[in-house]
Design a protein around this ligand. Structure first.
Ligand code: HMG
Ligand code: MG
Length: 306
């Protein structure tokens, strides 16, 4: 049943990360034909923004070592679609631009330990690495997202001060990013903390129209945190069909907010999103068959009887 509530956006963009965040963390490498079929199903279910893969060295993320092949299999975009990819450095950007990609994401960290583990650099050195990537991407007419990981807590450093997160976010916006994605990589955040961070970002001149939220569901808080962000006016929400996801360089990172769980809440609030819930549930059931284990999404379980 739809019961709209005051103070929420009328429309939300679902930023689907299943093919990238979901599949980067699988134990086995998923065949590229299966990845392409996954993306086709997501797009035909109405998801306009689908993050496809990462242009990183194969030895860092073997699961996504087929980035070029995947893009070749998928072919050109239809009008209105956006298919971003992750690029950590200029080498990654060159590979992406060569394949005709025009939406990229750099990915920074709010903490030093995760920057070292995920990017082999300090926070400052990673921002130096991103500067020419963002500039050259913008010069090439690309849209650029800046992820910030460990915005709430870090498995090695513990709770992360809001001011530290705001500092990294500000630096990424100064580089020229079009949008930030605020990452709770290990899923420890809670609703009050989300509000506090969004208020601090706003006070630093980064408004909700420049922000997407990216919640992992380790402690079952992803949906509550998303609703908190929506109530502040955030209208871009990262989610992963079937709740796949995690980060190979962050212990205790589990799946992302499931796209189906997000849609159930959006539908309940009467918020437009353009996606077909039944088609996504069917896709998650199909993907679970490919991966050999059921989807962790509660909505998939309820609707598919899985
Ligand atoms: P490095 O080892 O310091 O890199 O890694 P390097 O510049 O010294 O290069 C090492 C070798 O890799 C060289 O080759 C380079 O040419 C090659 P060699 O000379 O040894 O033959 N190389 C490349 N090859 C292909 N594509 C490239 C590339 N770059 C260098 N782009 C690096 C530094 C940044 C590359 C590495 O640390 C890296 O790739 N890290 C990425 C790890 C990753 O993908 N993590 C998961 C994504 S982040 C995430 O999941 C969080 C998120 O979801 C948000 C959240 O939840 O918080 C986004
Ligand atoms: Mg993530």
């Amino acid at each position: 049943m739809t019961e709209p509530a005051a103070g929420f956006p009328e429309q939300v963009t679902i930023y689907e990360v299943g093919p990238r965040d979901g599949l980067q963390n699988e134990q086995a490498v998923v065949p590229v034909e299966v990845k392409a079929e996954f993306v086709r199903r997501l797009v035909s279910a109405g998801l306009q923004t689908v993050e496809l893969t990462s242009f990183v060295p194969q030895k860092w993320v073997p699961q996504l070592g087929d980035a070029e092949e995947l893009l070749d299999l998928l072919g050109p975009l239809a009008a209105g679609q956006q298919r971003p990819v992750l690029v950590p450095n200029e080498r990654g950007l060159d590979r992406a631009l060569d394949k005709g990609v025009r939406a990229v994401a750099v990915f920074g960290s709010a903490t030093e330990t995760f920057a070292r583990k995920n990017l082999n650099r300090s926070v400052a050195e990673s921002l130096e690495m991103f500067a020419p990537v963002v500039k050259r991407a913008l010069d090439a007419g690309a849209w650029v997202r800046g992820y910030v990981s460990m915005c709430f807590g870090d498995p090695w450093e513990g709770p992360v001060p809001v001011s530290q997160v705001v500092e990294v976010c500000s630096r990424l916006m100064d580089l020229g990013c079009d949008q930030l994605s605020i990452g709770d990589t290990i899923g420890v955040g809670t609703t009050g903390h989300v509000s506090r961070l969004l208020e601090a970002l706003d006070a630093a001149g980064i408004g909700v129209d420049q922000i997407g939220v990216h919640f992992h569901d380790t402690y079952g808080q992803a949906l509550a945190n998303t609703v908190a962000a929506l109530s502040h006016g955030v209208s871009v929400v990262d989610a992963s069909t079937g709740g796949l996801g995690g980060c190979p360089y962050a212990k205790s990172a589990t799946g992302n907010l499931a796209t189906e769980d997000l849609i159930w809440t959006l539908d309940g609030l009467g918020i437009e999103h353009g996606a077909d819930l039944d088609a996504l549930v069917e896709t998650s059931v199909w993907m679970a068959g490919q991966l050999g284990r059921p989807s962790p999404s509660r909505v998939v379980k309820a609707l598919a009887g899985a």
